[in-house]
Design a protein. Structure first.
Length: 369
């Protein structure tokens, strides 16, 4: 079997992605679904995922940079694209040439958008996130600039800071933001009656129908991960990415033998060790050494020793019959067993977003379903 098995790849399930789009749409009701495909669709492949999302019913796409929008246009995506990040210099001209909608929060940004001929402008309000967006005292000047410049205001928006915190110390702040934004957006809508109001990310979409408004901007849920960092099945979401490899070597070791850099793991009994040719250069984080499981031919086994740049080792057990070529799943499911992005995030002390975004381009994306 040696030489016939791929080193590793990330399998992307088209059907799962389409199902998640439909699940989001059902939750959002009549609101338009904007598929957030920034950061290469959270590591899943922006061009392919954009096509799948639009075909499944998403009405628009959202990215962070103009370069991300240009990539989609170069590959024939004609759907509306919203560039949500800040633009500067020649990026404004490129935004006009790419026929995208842009987000802005200053009078200067409004005038630059109009001068560049963008497809539309979304006015962003800071209702409490404390990042991009016009604060309450700055909204009149922003509105005046949009009117004076003749800007095509197609959206009024904000972003929630704590929508994913339903029960913690910051759970109540979501409601405060919602009240602030609703008041400001309602007032602005009198001046821009055709603008779509939008605030909900994935968490807000599933948390509170009052936050849905005219559009929802969903990213993490699109890819079958929970915005609440729990089992995605609880929301009817299906994980889209599976990271797969194989056992490249099996070695029998004795009790007290060590494995890997730094001798961070030593065998408590004689056992069989399997080497998997994936490491932190592939996005399998070093923090998972001695701190995660892998599925070897559908069976959970512990990852032991330090994660190296190019490989990890797993304890197959003294009685195992797994041989070279046995399939390995590091993220995803096989049979009844699953290793979710949420599980790996918890073990790493991070969030599921970072898990999928971190899977490097060294792993080819293979689209199935």
């Amino acid at each position: 079997m040696i030489g016939t098995v791929e080193r590793a790849h990330a399998r992307i399930d088209r059907a799962a992605l389409a199902q998640n789009v439909r699940r989001i749409a059902a939750t959002a009701g009549s609101a338009r679904v904007v598929a957030v495909v920034k950061a290469d669709a959270y590591g899943h492949g922006a061009v392919a995922c954009s096509r799948i999302a639009i075909n499944a019913g998403a009405g628009a796409l959202a990215v962070h940079t103009i370069a991300e929008a240009e990539q989609l246009r170069m590959h024939g995506l004609t759907a509306p694209i919203i560039v949500m990040g800040p633009l500067s210099g020649g990026e404004w001209v490129r935004a006009g040439e790419t026929a995208v909608e842009v987000v802005t929060w200053t009078p200067e940004g409004v005038y630059a958008a109009v001068e560049s001929g963008v497809a539309g402008v979304h006015l962003e309000l800071d209702s409490g996130m404390g990042r991009l967006g016009a604060r309450a005292e700055d909204i009149p000047a922003l509105s005046d600039a949009a009117v004076a410049s003749g800007a095509s205001v197609v959206g009024i928006m904000t972003h929630f800071a704590t929508a994913d915190d339903r029960d913690g110390d910051q759970a109540g702040f979501f409601g405060e933001q919602l009240v602030r934004f609703r008041a400001a957006a309602t007032a602005l809508a009198q001046t821009f009656p055709t603008a779509r109001i939008h605030a909900a990310n994935s968490a807000a979409t599933f948390r509170d129908p009052r936050a849905v408004f005219d559009m929802v901007r969903c990213g993490i849920a699109l890819y079958g991960c929970s915005p609440f960092h729990e089992d995605p099945a609880a929301l009817g979401l299906v994980p889209v990415m599976t990271v797969m490899s194989y056992v490249a070597m099996v070695k029998t070791i004795r009790s007290r033998d060590s494995v890997g850099y730094g001798r961070t793991w030593r065998a408590q009994r004689g056992t069989r060790i399997g080497l998997v040719p994936v490491g932190y250069a592939d996005g399998y984080a070093r923090a998972l050494g001695n701190n995660a499981d892998a599925l070897v031919d559908g069976r959970r086994v512990p990852v032991v020793g330090a994660v190296s740049m190019d490989q990890i080792t797993v304890d197959l057990g003294p009685e195992s019959t797994d041989g070279v070529g046995a399939p390995v799943v590091l993220l995803g499911g096989t049979g009844p067993q699953r290793i979710t992005a949420e599980e790996l995030a918890l073990r790493r002390g991070t969030i599921n977003y970072e898990v999928t975004c971190g899977i490097s381009q060294r792993l080819p994306r293979v689209y199935v379903g």
